[in-house]
Design a protein around this ligand. Structure first.
Ligand code: 4NP
Length: 214
């Protein structure tokens, strides 16, 4: 959190410094040649530029995908959506993460079957590591998307009253026909392919919403 705040302040400091510099230059020029002849950017314009930059920085979306173990569905949702966002040139404008409502696999890489199925479609999930969803996530994220009803219920159980995040079931939130992304953990390879099909469709819809909201 502190690191993010520092990074944000760093980004804000630049336009702010530039606006202050332009104000100083403008007032020096006014003193030298008089207001009518001072053609530099006015302090008001500099300030407006600065506010536009601040609004732009504010317009970022933070999305968290959640399943049970964070080794099959939600890391796939994360990896696929990261790919879509990057292809759209929007990385840096969207924060993406995933978590599980259970802590059984904390620190582990996604299931090998998940990694393999995703790799066949060009998504690299090997660097992801599982973590458990926590109440603080409701303060850190704007949108928390559960893969199924059971995980939605688990999330509601830890949702703080003052949490700012919108909590929803992923597929219905974006108008997809199915309500749940089925758990592929105890099934065969085709289950992982089905998860990918659903999450690619949902990523398309989520990306459209991100595009129109930024
Ligand atoms: P996920 O799948 O919730 O999509 O990550 C599962 C992963 C592990 C287990 C269950 C579901 N498990 O029982 O360990």
């Amino acid at each position: 959190m502190q690191l993010r705040t520092c990074a944000l302040l760093g980004k804000v400091a630049c336009p702010l410094r530039a606006a202050i510099l332009r104000c100083t230059q403008y007032s020096r020029k006014v003193r030298r040649v008089g207001r009518a002849d001072a053609r530099a950017q006015t302090p008001l314009q500099s300030l407006r530029d600065c506010l536009v930059t601040l609004q732009f920085l504010e317009k970022s979306l933070k999305v968290l995908f959640v399943c049970l173990g964070n080794i099959c569905r939600s890391p796939t949702a994360e990896g696929v959506f990261r790919h879509y966002v990057k292809q759209a040139g929007l990385d840096g404008k969207v924060t993406i993460d995933s978590a599980g409502t259970a802590d059984w696999h904390t620190g582990k890489a996604p299931d090998p079957r998940t990694i393999k199925a995703a790799a066949r479609r060009g998504y690299d999930l090997s660097v992801l590591r599982a973590r458990q969803a926590v109440a603080e996530d409701f303060h850190r994220f704007d949108l928390i998307l559960a893969m199924d009803e059971s995980n939605l219920a688990n999330l509601k159980a830890i949702q703080p009253a003052d949490g700012k995040a919108e909590l929803a079931l992923y597929l219905p939130r974006f108008g997809l026909e199915a309500r749940e992304v089925p758990d592929p953990y105890y099934g065969g390879e085709e289950g992982f392919e089905r998860v990918l099909d659903m999450l690619e469709q949902a990523s398309d819809a989520l990306l459209n919403e991100v595009r129109s909201s930024l």
